[in-house]
Design a binder for this molecule. Structure first.
Ligand code: G1P
Length: 292
């Protein structure tokens, strides 16, 4: 029995952030509801989790985030009107992807104390089993969704598995950075992990991207509430404390990641996702030609 590989059934979506970089758009609307083309960022993340076999969706929200709960609920009046008008495609667009009843849970991060604290807020909803974390700001365009790639690799490595990407050295201070051991180009042994290393102290330019498959033991460290970079309770620090206790790997995923927490990254995502669409891709391409 000890060799049985536990299934990853639950995912945490930390969605409590204030979204100050997108004011005024985020004054009365959660930043996770900002659309890329016609779909909110948070829906991309939830669909990615569904594609990886996740069955329970745990949102760590905050004040002013109720639009997210509404988005993952039935919309009776809208659905009825669309049905009466025979608008099947639009009906599919509002409900085909809805998680089944009882599979979503919401808890609030009462204070913005950091990503580690947000994840810790979901500890009782996760319980004692491995779980995924998806940061909706990191939008990934890939032939196979990033979390599904990781879940496929997971039985081989187990323990903690974090998505990784090589970044320009001068950008290392924006990310969690891996101190790599063995690296076969895909799987990277994690020897150390540091959140937003200052100056040029980064141990590598391998950055952590917002997809994680984690052991529940990480909650034990988060429980202490120790503050790290930026005075926040960092998930990266709790993960660093796991090194040596269980297997720990980085996973260089296939696909292109867009930083949708940044205006330029968000804009680039609009272009890439629009161009990749069958319905509007060609039209967008011809419009873009007018600007370059
Ligand atoms: C968070 C994590 C960081 C990671 C990044 C990826 O930082 O703390 O380790 O590299 O997401 O997007 P944030 O962007 O929330 O500051």
């Amino acid at each position: 029995m000890t060799n049985m590989i536990p299934r990853v059934r639950k995912a945490i979506f930390p969605v409590g952030g204030l979204g100050t970089r997108f004011l005024p758009a985020t004054k009365a609307m959660p930043k996770e509801m900002l659309p890329v083309v016609d779909k909110p960022l948070i829906q991309y993340a939830v669909e990615e989790a569904q594609a990886a076999g996740i069955e329970e969706f745990i949102f760590v929200t905050g004040r002013g985030k109720t639009a997210i709960e509404d988005h993952f609920d039935r919309s009776y009046e809208l659905e009825r009107t669309l049905a009466e008008r025979g608008k099947q495609a639009e009906l599919d667009a509002v409900n085909r992807w809805l998680p089944p009843p009882g599979s979503t849970a919401y808890t609030r991060q009462q204070e913005p104390l950091g990503l580690g604290h947000a994840v810790w807020c979901a500890r009782d909803l996760v319980g004692n089993e491995p779980f995924a974390v998806l940061l909706a700001d990191d939008l990934i365009l890939a032939p196979k969704p990033c979390l599904a790639q990781m879940i496929e690799a997971y039985p081989e490595v187990r323990g903690n598995l974090i998505a990784c990407m090589d970044v320009p050295k001068e950008h290392a201070r924006r990310y969690g950075i891996v101190d790599p051991g063995r690296d076969d180009g895909k799987l990277i042994q994690v020897r150390g992990l540091v959140e937003k290393p200052p100056g040029d102290t980064a141990p590598s330019s391998i950055a952590v991207i917002g997809r994680y498959v984690l052991e529940p033991s990480v909650f034990e460290h988060l429980e202490r509430g120790a503050k790290g970079a930026g005075g926040e309770i960092q998930l990266t620090d709790a993960l660093a404390a796991q090194i040596g206790r269980s297997p720990f790997h980085g996973y260089r995923f296939e696909g292109k990641r867009f930083d949708c927490g940044d205006k330029v990254g968000f804009f680039e995502a609009q272009i890439a996702f629009a161009l990749a669409r069958d319905d509007i891709g060609a039209a967008v391409r011809s419009v873009l030609k007018n600007y370059i």
